[in-house]
Design a protein around this ligand. Structure first.
Ligand code: ATP
Ligand code: MG
Length: 501
């Protein structure tokens, strides 16, 4: 082999300099320094942007999440088995995004927008970045329309308005997902589009939720975005943002959307894993310093838009799992402070058979009252205070045998209320049915009934009112107002039924 002479080298260098092209924007490529745990470090891509998508030579995509002076860190959306040290990587110049469109309704997709329900391709209307700036103050409006959950304890005491963010928080297996799915089922015929973002759950759990939604005809107006526990952490990390972009597609058309993030604790854990692998310094509970921003920039995107912006809305029900009821842990306090209230589910109540296990003292809805219908506002009256008093009395009188009549009456009323607030799965109540229940509860209609018969009587009496005071019932359902006349008609019909029993 002939040695290269000094003049050759000079000519090579000269031609290199002449052909040097500064315009390397999107074509830039680099090579992998190290790969593992769903993360790769890449050398040679100097101009990548945060959040940009890069592609490996085997087709796997990744997102830039860490930019250092001489290398970048990316999170992989696929398996890392075909990627090695030295594998080539190219910039795409595009930020992470997902396809969105009306055709996605009824479908189950992954965090990248690809169908995973085996029902074929989905035609997209547009391609949206997964990260998007939240609407500003001028573009927003206060909540003014209720988002009816169909769950009596929530609609009466912790009403949710369209555009509100209400946290569902509780230990594992306390019915968090059930509250969310029941709310989705109740949106049938109400013109609300539902997005269910499943983050870090078992595939079998997600399949169960989807089957249940299908059974209740709720899939027609629902998109399920699923990143299972076995998907790469990168997919779990982007899933809620992708789902929100899907929701924004509908909100921008002026529609009302309900989005469920199930759950953000697992999301935070996925982000913590990514951050630790990227070598960021751990803070409280080993979460990175920007974990608050992780959820605040997500939930800020859920809003009620002004009329000029089309009046659409995204109502968010994020879910957080607590450990042993500890709401003061890092992630729970963060999300509590970002949202407009929380529904706190309690293990003890759940096992006592009080389901949904809503803790009345610790739950709150800060803005939904403004959106409550007049009828519901009037009917729900003092129920919260009655329950609080009952809870106190209950503890106080636990061991005493002879009680005065007043206390006895208060306990009986509380018992009846607690019984009325129990609700089986997949049985949302209409606004009118809820109002009837509350009106009769206020009248102490159920107080003298045996505990085990309360639920049955509640159902029967609702039917009786529907039949025997049909016009009052229909006016209530349409006008959403509880006049004294309607109130009287309800009570009369109920008493007539009780007497005829
Ligand atoms: P996880 O922490 O595993 O996500 P979760 O808090 O989401 O659990 P769910 O899966 O909603 O809880 O419910 C747990 C169990 O309780 C389920 O088997 C469900 O059927 C039952 N359950 C929930 N709500 C009710 C209810 N209102 N009435 C009867 N059973 C219920
Ligand atoms: Mg769950």
């Amino acid at each position: 082999m002939a040695a290269i002479s000094a003049t050759d080298i000079i000519s090579i260098i000269k031609s290199e300099i002449e052909n040097f092209d500064a315009d390397f924007q999107a074509k830039e490529t680099g090579s992998v320094i190290s790969v593992g745990d769903g993360i790769a470090r890449i050398y040679g891509i100097d101009h990548a942007q945060y959040g940009e998508i890069v592609v490996f030579d085997n087709g796997v995509k990744a997102m830039v999440l860490d930019i250092k002076e001489h290398e970048i860190g990316v999170i992989l959306f696929g398996r890392d088995s075909g990627i090695h040290e030295g594998s080539r990587v190219a910039r795409t110049g595009k930020r992470a995004g997902i396809p969105t469109g009306d055709a996605f309704l009824g479908r189950v997709i992954n965090a990248l927008g690809e169908p995973i329900d085996g029902e074929g391709e989905i035609k997209e209307d547009e391609y949206r970045p997964i990260e998007h700036e939240a609407p500003g103050i001028i573009d927003r409006k206060s909540v003014d329309t209720p988002l009816e959950t169909g769950i009596l304890s929530i609609d009466s005491m912790f009403p949710i308005g369209r555009g509100q963010r209400e946290l569902i928080i509780g230990d594992r297996q306390t019915g968090k997902t059930s509250i969310a799915t029941d709310t989705m089922i109740n949106q049938k015929g109400k013109g609300v589009i539902c997005i269910y973002a499943a983050i870090g759950q078992k595939a079998s759990t997600i399949a169960r939720v989807v089957n249940n939604l299908r059974k209740c005809d709720a899939m027609d107006y629902t998109v399920v975005v699923a990143a299972t526990a076995s998907d790469p952490v990168a997919c779990q990390y982007i899933a809620p943002y992708a789902a929100t972009s899907m929701a924004e597609h509908f909100m921008d058309q002026g529609k009302d959307v309900l989005i469920i993030y199930d759950d953000l604790s697992k999301h935070a854990v996925a982000y913590r894993a990514i951050s630790l692998l990227l070598g960021r310094s751990p803070g409280r509970e080993a979460y990175p310093g920007d974990v608050f921003y992780l959820h605040s920039r997500l939930l800020e995107r859920c809003a009620k838009l002004s009329d000029e912006k089309g009046g659409g809305s995204i109502t968010a029900l994020p879910i957080i799992e607590t450990q042993d009821g500890d709401v003061s842990a890092y992630i729970p306090t963060n999300v509590i402070s970002i949202t407009d209230g929380q529904i706190f589910l309690e293990t003890r109540l759940f096992f006592e058979g009080q389901r949904p296990a809503v803790n009345v003292g610790l739950s709150v809805s800060r803005v939904g009252g403004a959106a409550q219908t007049k009828a519901m506002k009037k009917a729900s009256g003092t129920i919260r205070i009655d329950l609080a008093q009952y809870r106190e009395l209950e503890v106080f009188t636990q061991f005493s045998s002879d009680l005065d009549d007043n206390t006895k009456a208060q306990l009986a009323h509380g018992n009846a209320l607690m019984e009325l607030l129990k609700q089986p799965l997949n049985h949302p109540l209409s606004m009118a049915d809820e109002v009837i229940t509350l009106v009769l509860a206020q009248e102490k209609f159920f107080d003298d009934v045996e505990k085990k018969d309360v639920k049955k009587l509640q159902q029967d009496v609702i039917f009786a009112v529907r039949d025997n005071a049909a016009d009052a019932y229909n006016t209530l359902a349409e006008k959403k107002e509880l006049t004294d006349d309607i109130r009287k008609r309800i009570i009369d019909a109920a008493n007539a039924y009780k007497a005829s029993r």
